[in-house]
Design a protein around this ligand. Structure first.
Ligand SMILES: [Zn+2]
Length: 420
């Protein structure tokens, strides 16, 4: 194993692309050097102990190539054509009997539409278990890949000290849907939310360690997904669906996070399969619509529908969730719930109330403190332009990033944390 030298680091700044860095590192010292270059700073040696298990074994790399190729429905000959290797060469690479060169791996990653590290670094354990769980289904491949990429990114940022180590708060999973109300109150307390509606749920979740990313998958690509990474949690919220449901889905994933689940085998959050999912939905709705807030708003209006509209718009919760919750809390009976559900509000209803629907989790959206820390990583030279843009999922473009040459070194120096 070889540790990155100053020359490598200078080369990194000059070439400034992940691929060049990868090629140089992989050829000169394998995966370990790749990781140390990914986190270019003078503190590499201390970091190596915390790195994920590299898959240096050629058989492992080959198996991953075969799996990614299968998933895309390509034959070995198809892949060979794209990377200029004959079919026999691909067979040998996949079997691990022919060593794959760095430049071939770069081409393979591009051909198979995967990040390079997918082939050379072990996935976070929760991702591996999630992949192997037969109950995980109904999501698109795009959805599964996004949650995996997010998990790897967060693991990388924590390892590099760009995200701090945290201690996750844990709550006892409620034993029934009825018991969920009290647990939701505990969760509100953890996040220092009062008795009112929860606004900016993404920020509140991040404050206790759940990083929620809203990204556009496809409308039928799934609602949300969650994986645990030690103390941090990562939630992917499908930004292509209705805003009220997006918040509900995040509240649901927050339940999985607080109840210390390794991952969530979500199929569709709305059509509940198991008792556990039913309880977590009850937790989510109580979190977003605390009884005291509902009762107070209910009292404000003589017209039940107007009251329900006010609850939905103020708490930014979907109409169907509000109608169901009003019935569960005993404000309306089943017939009235059904009448209300069939008469959803429009813009004019909000206007009449003097309210406006404020949308949250519009894609792409990354958690606010995460964004701040990634930009700090960029300013202090720990993240390249390409990596920074990638980590911010299109929320900023290259043109938005400050030019580092304009930042005086003295101003940066204060931002560096003292070395351990
Ligand atoms: Zn779930």
């Amino acid at each position: 194993m070889r540790i990155a030298t100053d020359d490598d680091l200078n080369g990194r700044v000059e070439s400034n692309t992940e691929i060049t860095r990868f090629t140089r590192a992989f050829e000169s010292g394998g995966v370990t050097t790749y990781w140390s270059l990914m986190s270019a700073s003078s503190r590499e040696c201390a970091k190596i102990a915390h790195m994920p298990t590299p898959v240096v074994d050629a058989v492992d790399i080959g198996a991953r190539i075969a799996a990614a190729r299968d998933e895309l429905g390509l034959t070995q000959a198809d892949l060979g054509r794209q990377i200029n290797v004959d079919r026999t060469g691909v067979v040998k690479i996949e079997a691990g009997t022919r060593k794959v060169s760095a430049s071939e791996l770069v081409q393979i990653a591009a051909a198979l539409d995967r990040p390079i590290d997918w082939f050379v670094v072990e996935s976070p354990p929760a991702i591996v278990s999630r992949r192997q769980d037969a109950a995980v289904g109904g999501h698109s491949i795009a959805f599964d890949r996004l949650i995996e990429r997010l998990a790897r990114d967060v693991e990388f940022l924590e390892r590099d000290g760009i995200l701090p180590a945290i201690e996750r708060p844990r709550l006892q999973m409620p034993s029934s849907a009825e018991a969920a109300e009290a647990v939701a109150a505990q969760a509100r307390e953890l996040m220092s939310l009062g008795d009112g509606p929860v606004h900016d749920l993404q920020r509140a979740s991040e404050g206790i360690g759940l990083l929620a990313f809203a990204l556009d998958v496809e409308a039928d690509g799934g609602d949300a997904a969650y994986v645990s990474l030690g103390d941090w949690g990562v939630a992917l919220i499908n930004g292509a669906i209705d805003p009220g449901r997006r918040r509900f889905n995040l509240a649901h994933e927050l339940g999985h996070f607080l109840f210390d689940d390794a991952y969530a085998p979500e199929i569709s959050i709305a059509s509940v399969g198991s008792e556990t999912e039913r309880i977590i939905n009850a937790f989510a709705v109580h979190l977003l619509l605390p009884r005291s807030f509902v009762a107070q708003t209910w009292e404000e209006f003589t017209d039940h529908r107007m009251a329900a509209v006010a609850i939905a718009v103020r708490a930014r919760v979907s109409w169907s969730a509000v109608c169901g919750h009003l019935k569960n809390l005993g404000f309306v009976n089943d017939a009235e719930r059904s009448d209300l559900a069939n008469d959803p509000p429009g813009k004019a209803d909000f206007m009449e109330l003097g309210e406006r629907w404020v949308s949250e989790l519009d894609a792409p959206s990354t958690p606010p403190d995460y964004g701040r820390r990634v930009l700090k990583g960029y300013r202090t030279g720990r993240l390249s332009v390409e990596r920074t843009i990638e980590l911010l999922w299109g929320e900023v473009t290259r043109a938005d990033l400050p030019d580092l040459s304009e930042v005086p070194l003295q101003a940066l120096r204060r931002e560096f944390d003292p070395l351990p």
